[in-house]
Design a protein around this ligand. Structure first.
Ligand code: IDP
Length: 148
């Protein structure tokens, strides 16, 4: 089953949005297979956002993502990578449609509440950056037979 890496950023944690965000993915039918509250080191932040290291906002992005705890998660389900990105909304909350997480709760691109992997390759890379295999649970839920 497809897996993705999702993370409530420090602004989302501070604003008390962990429960709201987890709830949206649970209600959609996705299954949580790993989660932890953690503070990201500068090294991990630079690896995670490595593709943006030449961008002018890279320094601010690393500073922000390490500024307080994040809630890191792995979710699984059919088409979860793409669907989670749709549920998050556009990178800039001003363009994100209402009903999406960024559309409902965010105002600025620098504090856009949630991260989600954008491809199969980035999902695999990000899951292994943040989680050891032993931190991911494999379990079946009876409700899945009412979803699939
Ligand atoms: P994504 O988070 O929707 O995948 P990316 O383009 O991968 O978007 O950018 C990573 C993060 O960098 C964004 O979520 C946002 O917080 C931040 N970011 C992107 N563009 C800008 C910008 O122009 N100014 C400041 N921060 C930005």
């Amino acid at each position: 089953m497809e897996k993705t890496f999702l993370m409530v950023k420090p602004d989302g944690v501070q604003r008390g949005l962990i429960g709201e965000i987890v709830s949206r993915f649970e209600k959609k039918g996705f299954q949580l297979v790993g989660a932890k509250l953690m503070t990201i080191s500068k090294e991990l932040a630079e690896q995670h956002y490595g593709e943006h290291k030449e961008r002018p906002f890279f320094g601010d992005l690393v500073e922000f993502i390490t500024s307080g705890p994040v809630f890191a998660m792995v979710w699984q389900g059919e088409n979860v990578i793409h669907t989670a990105r749709q549920m998050m909304g556009s990178t800039n909350p001003k363009d994100a449609v209402q009903g999406t997480i960024r559309g409902d709760f965010g105002l600025t691109v620098g504090k856009n509440i949630i991260h989600g992997s954008d491809s199969t390759e980035s999902a695999e890379r990000e899951i292994s950056l943040f989680f050891k295999d032993a931190e991911l649970e494999e379990y079946s839920k009876l409700i899945n037979s009412w979803i699939y």
